[in-house]
Write a protein of this length. Structure first.
Length: 729
């Protein structure tokens, strides 16, 4: 193997940490390497590898302490190979012997180059800036003098001077910073500043001249050309006294102060601070209308289809080419003309159209599509997942209100409800009844939406031409508040909901129109009324007919809570790190089925500047998600965490026995998860608990509506969990 031209010596700055160092020259044998630390040879504590290669490696068992680590090839000048008469003259043997010879020659050349040398055609020896030690005193006029001899000579010279009390400056000698002998008089000429030493505390010794030349001043130069040449790369002062200097920008570019002064000020984009107050997106009512997939809906089929004609926002009939696998009372999710997705309930079907409620939120045209909301019993389809992602990305604070602190009140009605706890009292013209929850509508079938949804529903009939109303008791207040009411309206007459303070003053009032024309066809909606408490100490809610015609309202729940006054987006930081945690709704299963799209897939499209991380795991529960939180969520240092879970908890156990304590444990773990997200400085974005299916063939032991009942119980306990006081029962 040929021996390349190499320098057989290298130095490293050891630091007490590094243990492995490269050997950038070839070794024939490992004992050819000399290892030195601060000039002291090391003979053990290391292993040499890649001997015979052009580059080797030395590995120390213990990292060398801070110092200068020197590696040097030291091939001894001896012949270790002896060729025998009539022996095999192998190329490998000869090459190795010659390689070792060339290595030794390189070592000798390196040592030779370190000696005092007279370069070709030169008339001097060059020490290359190194000291020459142990130099003898000179004896001849042309001998080199050492420091000791010069010092003695100068001492003798100066000691012989006779200087009076008023000696002439020209007669006083001193040694300048450069070591040259000068007189005091020399400091008055142009060299003066070079003869005076200067050093900052702990700094490098130099002269006043060197310090002054750090800045170029026009006053020191005879011409502009000389001044500009001297000012290159240093601060300068022009004839008008203006300061200029080169500065380095953060990107490494160098500009001058004058160039910087002439630039437009940069635009500073300040990322908004991230609130850790939870944001909440309801699904049980807003997404599923209080009921999951119906048994009459075919399980696990592709249902996406095109819209065949335009329809305006506010309409409720969508033209389609086929109604296959769509069912009255089931849900569909619509892709609107503006690219938004939204879920609706099917109220009527023909072979070429579907009637939905609520009214279309945006126009649709032939570029739009609809898809059944549920793909299978436990999983919505891809359109619904995109709807959730859009709500996460586009919802404002007002659309996603969640209590800053604990609720003032959360009321669900029951046979023992009292006025003091938010129960209803009525006046003449209003009749009040309470009904237990039912998964079916007014007709007793699944073709109409549930109107009695929670623990009990308060149903108020208003007679025609009456001024009667139903109202709650008074709730104590705290600062800026939001309220949320879940209710449905019967007949074609609107209902007014008013928030009154303890003195009867109106704080908020809104008229709500019915969702259907037919009085028997009712479906719950969840609405919010925000208001300031001002100097009020308590409020009540009043429900009344907005016209003199007969009407009715079914009231499922009322909440009152302190909320944020901001109306910005719930995700304001566009380059945020967003982590999704939860079950298969977060994880998705797109690799095996395109219909099983993850929420996070659309979220990454909605927020292209964000880093969207999917940490969902199918089949998991809130307890498993809590256990893996540090490794799956906290490690990513998220700004926001999207949380969706609850389906697997409702499915277990798969027998008909369901321990209510399991719901309490689930809610406690859910609240703990919210706290853990906040503890790492991230904002929880809670996707509310879902309404589940009428039945599921995969869990035949569960009776019809058992899954829905379990999910409804989870939803009720979750919504109640932050309340200051117990709900009526």
């Amino acid at each position: 193997m040929a021996v390349p031209q190499q320098q057989p010596f290298v130095e490293y700055a050891s630091n007490g940490i590094a243990t492995v160092f490269a050997i950038p020259f070839r070794l024939i044998r490992d004992d050819d390497l000399g290892v030195y630390l601060d000039g002291v040879e090391l003979t053990s504590g290391f292993v040499i590898s890649n001997v015979g290669s052009d580059i080797g490696q030395i590995s120390f068992a213990v990292a060398p302490p801070s110092g200068v680590l020197a590696l040097r090839r030291e091939v001894p000048l001896e012949r270790s190979t002896d060729y025998q008469d009539n022996g095999d003259l192998l190329a490998e043997t000869i090459n190795l012997d010659f390689d070792r010879l060339w290595c030794a020659l390189q070592d000798m050349n390196y040592d030779l180059r370190r000696a005092l040398l007279r370069e070709a055609l030169s008339d001097f020896y060059d020490a290359n800036g190194l000291q020459i030690k142990n130099l003898a005193d000179p004896t001849e006029d042309t001998d080199v003098a050492n420091k000791r001899w010069v010092s003695q000579f100068l001492a003798t010279l100066i000691g012989g001077l006779v200087i009076g009390p008023v000696g002439a400056a020209a007669a006083v000698t001193y040694t300048a910073p450069d070591g040259q002998l000068n007189t005091v008089q020399d400091m008055s000429d142009a060299r003066g500043s070079s003869l005076i030493g200067y050093s900052a505390d702990g700094g490098v010794a130099r002269t006043v001249e060197a310090k002054l030349r750090e800045i170029a001043s026009r006053a020191d130069y005879a011409s502009d050309a000389n001044f500009l040449a001297a000012a290159v790369g240093k601060p300068s002062i022009d004839a008008a006294g203006n300061l200029d200097a080169p500065i380095k920008k953060t990107n490494g570019d160098v500009i001058t102060l004058q160039e910087l002064a002439s630039q437009e000020p940069p635009t500073v984009n300040v990322s908004p601070s991230i609130s850790t107050s939870p944001a909440y997106i309801d699904q049980f009512i807003d997404g599923f209308f209080a009921r999951g997939m119906l048994t009459t809906e075919t399980n696990g089929v592709v249902t996406e289809r095109s819209i065949t004609a335009s329809a305006s926002a506010g309409g409720n009939v969508i033209s389609i080419g086929s109604n296959t696998n769509l069912v009255v009372g089931g849900g569909v999710t619509v892709l609107h003309e503006d690219g938004t997705y939204w879920p609706y309930l099917i109220t009527a079907l023909t072979s070429s159209s579907v009637t939905v409620f609520p009214a279309l939120r945006a126009a649709v045209n032939t570029s739009g599509k609809i898809e059944r909301t549920w793909f299978n019993r436990a999983h919505p389809g891809k359109f619904y997942m995109r709807y959730l992602a859009q709500r996460v990305a586009r919802n404002t604070e007002a659309q996603s209100t969640f209590p800053i602190g604990r609720r003032v009140a959360f009321v669900e009605y029951g046979s023992g409800t009292t006025t003091a706890l938010g129960g209803l009292s009525t006046t003449t013209g209003a009749t009040l009844n309470y009904y237990d929850p039912l998964p079916t509508g007014a007709s007793g079938t699944v073709s109409t939406a549930p109107r009695f949804t929670f623990e009990r529903t308060a149903y108020v009939d208003f007679t025609s031409s009456s001024t009667g109303y139903a109202q709650t008791g008074l709730f104590a207040l705290r600062e800026y508040l939001s309220s949320a009411a879940v209710f449905s309206i019967a007949s074609d007459r609107p209902i007014r909901i008013t928030v009154l303070d303890n003195s009867g003053r109106t704080l908020a009032s809104t008229v709500y129109s019915p969702l259907f024309i037919a009085s028997a066809n009712m479906a719950h909606r969840r609405v919010r009324l925000n208001f300031f408490s001002a100097n009020a100490t308590s409020v009540r809610f009043r429900f009344e007919a907005a016209t003199t015609s007969a009407s009715a309202v079914a009231i499922g729940s009322i909440e009152v809570y302190q909320t944020s006054q901001s109306n910005g987006l719930i995700i304001e930081k566009k380059d945020a790190v967003i982590v999704g945690v939860g079950d298969s709704w977060i994880a998705g299963d797109e690799a095996n089925n395109a219909q099983r799209e993850s929420i996070m897939t659309q979220l990454a499209i909605e927020l292209p500047d964000a880093t969207v991380i999917n940490s969902g795991v199918g089949g998991t529960t809130i307890f498993q998600q809590l256990a893996s939180f540090d490794a799956s969520v906290a490690v990513h240092k998220p700004d926001y965490v999207v949380l969706n879970t609850g389906t697997n908890e409702a499915y277990n156990p798969s027998s008909a026995t369901f321990d209510p304590n399991a719901v309490n444990d689930f809610i406690a773990a859910y609240i703990q998860m919210i706290s853990k997200i906040q503890s790492i400085g991230a904002r929880p974005i809670i996707l509310g608990l879902p309404a589940l299916a009428q039945s599921d063939a995969e869990v035949p032991a569960l009776a019809e509506w058992e899954l829905l009942n379990r999910s409804r119980l989870q939803y009720i306990r979750f919504m109640r969990a932050l309340s200051d006081r117990p709900s009526a029962s």
